[in-house]
Ligand binder design. Structure first.
Ligand SMILES: Cc1cc2nc3c(=O)[nH]c(=O)nc-3n(C[C@H](O)[C@H](O)[C@H](O)COP(=O)(O)OP(=O)(O)OC[C@H]3O[C@@H](n4cnc5c(N)ncnc54)[C@H](O)[C@@H]3O)c2cc1C
Length: 563
């Protein structure tokens, strides 16, 4: 039994020496120690040498959350020949030292947690570590820059890639942009070679005008069905891993009718400005409205972002910079135009961004800190009514053209993909990563990864960086050729199971089916993730979760109640 100080994370609030001394008195405990960092090399060595010297069969470490270091300590005991499932972790950091101030009471609670873990570990049985083979292919859903970058990395590593895009062509939103901040390169020139590389790559099967309609299976062995609209055909194939890159939608500016979008033709959105300014757009890149060049151009930032009234509290991260870029393009094409930007705060956090913001201001673009309350029509012009939030004064400004910096919102089809892949979404509607710090492109479902704006707003370099990270994670099972599957699974007591099916209706992983011939439930141990929902719901107590059996849990509760 080992008690970790975690530096002062635990030791400042919990008397670790007292907890170790207490642990030494518990039944079955042969050796109890405390150490500054149990996860460090010397900490791990301490456990290993004790296992050898005292011929230990089970180990408990009282430290942080199992999310952090359970795999570390399972590896330590395994190296010394103990089954990794004969190890138990007691969380005295997140569930004790971090949430309490009173040292004496926190120490008592830590003792209870340790007693409970020791009671359980004595009942733990070795579990088999299992592996299954992997189909060496990946599915990418969405052919924007994220999907393209991920597909090329995986295909270049020698694996088969199925790239499914719902539109007739790949390229996504980037293909609709003019130039990119802060370097002002043409988006189409940057994207074109990558789109060609995808189309010509021998390892990439590009399925455009297509949508995934069904996915079953698990990491290493997913079965995919895709409907191709152009042929009305269903295509079926197997893959080992999946990258979701379905991107984003634009905030609908009509939701803020006070800004006049949809009522006045000279109020447009930022994506519409991109088309207007693009050489491939309707005016061949000339900034004109009804054939006339605007003299007074106003940009309004944060339309649909950082706005509780429309349910989007988050910052869309790209609007400050694309507005600076668009203002620069107006000045470049119409040097005599007066350009004003109404902003809340200017966020220029990326490489070269602050320099670009300075450059745009030197070019004569005027930034006014203001909150716009209304846009109304006066003759051929529109009037922007706002409050200058620095001066605290109301103001009105006439404009020939108003551009609304509309924010980035989740794809309208995201819920369908979430249901298909059983992916949770965060409260803002974007897909949720498995852990915001430690697993930023993983999902809670093994073998499924996320990239680009479907995770949240970001610019092109961040999108590509994430796509490369997702591709590299997706390639781990493909290159290993085998994946470990969960050892902690549901187990049916065949003698007592009545086959009622309650567990099947609760299993989100599709791991339970009824054997009609025998009248009992069957667990697919590859699909089972060991969540325990079946075991908790089973009316007869027939469904057991290995590693969390009724006896083990009762022993934990009883040990806690004794103290
Ligand atoms: C006005 C504006 C200007 C911008 N300017 C810049 C700039 O200058 N520089 C910069 O770095 N960033 C800029 N950005 C940000 C940039 O657009 C994004 O970073 C980038 O496009 C994100 O790419 P993505 O692949 O994640 O998403 P997307 O480009 O949205 O691609 C997603 C793809 O998935 C497809 N798809 C969606 N659902 C499905 C489905 N169910 N099945 C199959 N396919 C599906 C879509 O059709 C699309 O092709 C700008 C954004 C806006 C709004």
């Amino acid at each position: 039994m080992y008690v970790c100080h975690c530096g002062i994370n635990i030791a400042a609030t919990v008397d670790v020496e007292a907890v170790a001394a207490f642990a030494q008195t518990l039944l079955n405990v042969v050796v109890a120690r405390h150490y500054t960092y149990m996860c460090s090399d010397p900490g791990q060595e301490l456990i290993k040498s004790d296992i050898r010297e005292h011929k230990l069969t089970h180990v408990v470490v009282a430290s942080c959350s199992p999310w952090m270091h359970e795999p570390t300590f399972r590896g330590v005991v395994k190296e010394e020949g103990i089954n990794p499932y004969c190890f138990e972790m007691a969380n005295i950091r997140e569930q004790c030292s971090w949430v309490h101030k009173d040292r004496a009471r926190a120490t008592e609670k830590a003792k209870q947690i340790v007693a409970s873990a020791v009671a359980k570990v004595a009942l733990l049985q070795p579990l088999e570590e299992r592996e299954v083979g992997v189909t060496p292919a990946a599915l990418i859903i969405g052919g924007g820059i994220a999907g393209i970058a991920a597909a090329l990395d995986i295909a270049n590593a020698g694996f088969k890639v199925y790239l499914v895009e719902k539109e007739p062509s790949i390229g996504g939103r980037m293909a609709q942009l003019d130039r990119t901040f802060p370097t002002l390169e043409s988006c189409l020139e940057l994207l074109g070679p990558r789109m060609r590389a995808v189309a010509e790559h021998p390892n990439i099967e590009l399925l455009t005008s297509s949508q995934v309609v069904d996915i079953s299976g698990y990491i290493g062995n997913f079965q995919v069905k895709v409907r191709q609209r152009s042929r009305e055909e269903i295509i079926e194939f197997d893959v080992g891993s999946i990258v979701v890159a379905i991107g984003y939608d634009h905030f609908d500016a009509r939701i803020k009718p006070e800004l006049g979008y949809g009522q006045y033709p000279n109020v447009i959105t930022a994506p519409e400005f991109e088309r207007l300014s693009s050489p491939a757009g309707p005016t061949a890149g000339k900034i004109t409205l009804n054939g006339k060049e605007p003299k007074n151009v106003v940009f309004i930032q944060c339309v649909g972002s950082r706005d509780q009234s429309v349910g989007h509290e988050y910052c869309s991260r790209v609007c400050c910079m694309y507005t600076a870029k668009q203002a620069h393009l107006v000045k470049e094409k119409l040097p005599q135009a007066n350009v004003t930007i109404f902003y809340m705060d200017v966020r220029t956090f990326g490489k070269g961004f602050e320099e670009f913001y300075d450059r745009v201001r030197r070019e004569g673009v005027r930034y006014r800190r203001g909150s716009v309350s209304e846009i109304y029509k006066r003759g051929n012009k529109v009037v922007v009514r706002a409050e200058d939030t620095l001066l605290g004064e109301p103001l009105e400004m006439e404009a020939d053209l108003v551009v609304l910096a509309t924010g980035i919102v989740p794809r309208s089809g995201a819920q369908g993909i979430a249901e298909l892949l059983k992916l949770p979404r965060s409260p803002d509607g974007f897909f949720a990563e498995a852990h915001p710090k430690l697993k930023p492109v993983d999902t809670v479902n093994d073998g499924i990864y996320l990239a680009g704006c479907c995770l949240g707003p970001k610019d092109i370099p961040d999108t590509i960086a994430q796509a490369k990270a997702a591709a590299s994670s997706a390639m781990i099972p493909l290159s290993r050729g085998k994946v470990k599957v969960e050892s902690v699974t549901g187990v049916v007591e065949v003698e007592t199971c009545a086959g009622c099916g309650i567990c099947e209706s609760l299993c989100t992983y599709g791991a339970l089916t009824r054997d009609d011939r025998r009248g009992i439930m069957i667990v697919n141990k590859v699909l089972c993730k060991g969540c325990g929902a079946c075991s908790a719901a089973c009316p007869s107590g027939t469904m057991i979760l290995s590693h969390f059996t009724h006896d083990q849990i009762m022993a934990q509760i009883e040990a806690m109640l004794e103290w």
